[in-house]
Write a protein that binds this ligand. Structure first.
Ligand code: MG
Length: 158
């Protein structure tokens, strides 16, 4: 049995000098406004994992009204979602992620972020693909007001 899930997340830029992407700190002219560490890649991916498992969404599992998740490292959200899948007998086959922003540029961080995500998911690095695109300077992403990510995950129960 295989199942697919998708996820999408957005955070506005705010005060700060870095953004968290896939569990790694990436220097940037701004930070993000978020209850947790605001890692859009991991939030989109967590939603994709939960979606594949039919397990709702990240807000249901980790409400931003809960002080426990203030400043939380988003890797723990993803690890929890993967553990819920495992309880149901599923494993992640692969994940494909897209980062949408004008900046920061992903190029020099891409390999390290793929490895970080693969470790969090418990899969080989070649099971994680990471893409980046701009929105051709259009809209809130084009105006550098924020950063977004989309993710798709395939899971299997043998
Ligand atoms: Mg988020």
């Amino acid at each position: 049995m295989i199942r697919v899930g998708s996820g999408f997340d957005v955070h506005a830029f705010g005060p700060g000098d870095h953004v968290m992407l896939g569990g790694l700190r990436v220097p940037h002219e701004a930070g993000v406004i978020a209850h947790s560490d605001g890692d859009v890649l991991l939030h989109a991916l967590t939603d994709a994992v939960l979606g594949a498992g039919g397990l709702g969404d990240i807000g249901q599992h980790f409400p931003d009204s809960d002080p426990r998740w203030r400043g939380a490292a988003s890797g723990q959200f993803l690890r929890h979602a993967v553990s819920l899948l495992k309880q149901d007998g599923y494993q992640v086959i692969n994940a494909d992620l897209t980062l949408l922003c004008e900046a920061p540029r992903l190029a020099t961080h891409r390999a390290a972020i793929r490895e970080s995500i693969a470790t969090l998911l418990g899969v080989p690095v070649d099971a994680v693909n990471l893409k980046a695109t701009t929105t051709e300077k259009m809209g809130f992403l084009g105006r550098r007001e924020g950063i977004a990510a989309a993710a798709v995950v395939l899971i299997e129960r043998r």
